[in-house]
Ligand binder design. Structure first.
Ligand SMILES: CC(C)(COP(=O)(O)OP(=O)(O)OC[C@H]1O[C@@H](n2cnc3c(N)ncnc32)[C@H](O)[C@@H]1OP(=O)(O)O)[C@@H](O)C(=O)NCCC(=O)NCCS
Length: 149
């Protein structure tokens, strides 16, 4: 079997499926400029996308601006390669007075013609609703929010 000269050796991974019945917050494909010389995508690039994806449900729940206060956990379980189609799924797992904690799971559709799906990253981040003064703001009651369903 021939392999493109610069293609990274794909590690043995258990192929899975994209979560059924859920919409990803983001879908994005890393470019060569997002990778190191070995062809693996930079962790910092993945973290930035995860932060954006997690902020979207937090912003909806806060009905306005949020700031990231903490990255509670971050697991790069599998490498990400240039050309992987990444899907970022984000779920709110905790709501406090001013804070919203979100779990973000990232799946890569790899070797697209083979429909190979790998869970590559899982992270939990906390966002704080902030006002125009950039200070923490009480979250609005749920029933005051416009439904996005
Ligand atoms: C976000 C910010 C406004 C919060 O102000 P603060 O005075 O530090 O906040 P508080 O100590 O009152 O905590 C606010 C909430 O965050 C939670 N929190 C604080 N530290 C936390 C931590 N390490 N992990 C998880 N949650 C934390 C608190 O429990 C509180 O939640 P609650 O109101 O639901 O109980 C301020 O820390 C800030 O501006 N940070 C910089 C944000 C930033 O630049 N992020 C990167 C770019 S978006």
């Amino acid at each position: 079997m021939t392999t493109p000269q610069n293609a990274p050796a794909t590690p043995n991974t258990t192929s899975t499926r994209l979560p059924q019945g859920k919409m990803p917050e983001l879908r994005v494909m890393p470019a060569p400029s997002d990778a190191n010389v070995y062809g693996d995508v930079f962790g910092g690039w993945i973290m930035a996308q995860v932060d954006v994806a997690g902020s979207l449900p937090a912003t909806r729940r806060a009905n306005g601006r949020v700031a990231t206060i903490a990255v509670n956990s971050f697991l790069f379980k599998q490498p990400v390669f240039v050309g992987d189609l990444l899907s970022f799924y984000a779920d709110i797992v905790r709501v406090g007075n001013t804070s919203i904690t979100v779990c973000v799971e990232v799946y890569a559709e790899r070797n697209r013609l083979q429909a190979d799906v790998v869970k590559v990253t899982e992270a939990t981040l906390t966002y704080v609703a902030t006002g125009p003064d950039r200070k923490p703001r009480q979250l609005p009651p749920l029933d005051s929010l416009i439904s996005h369903q």
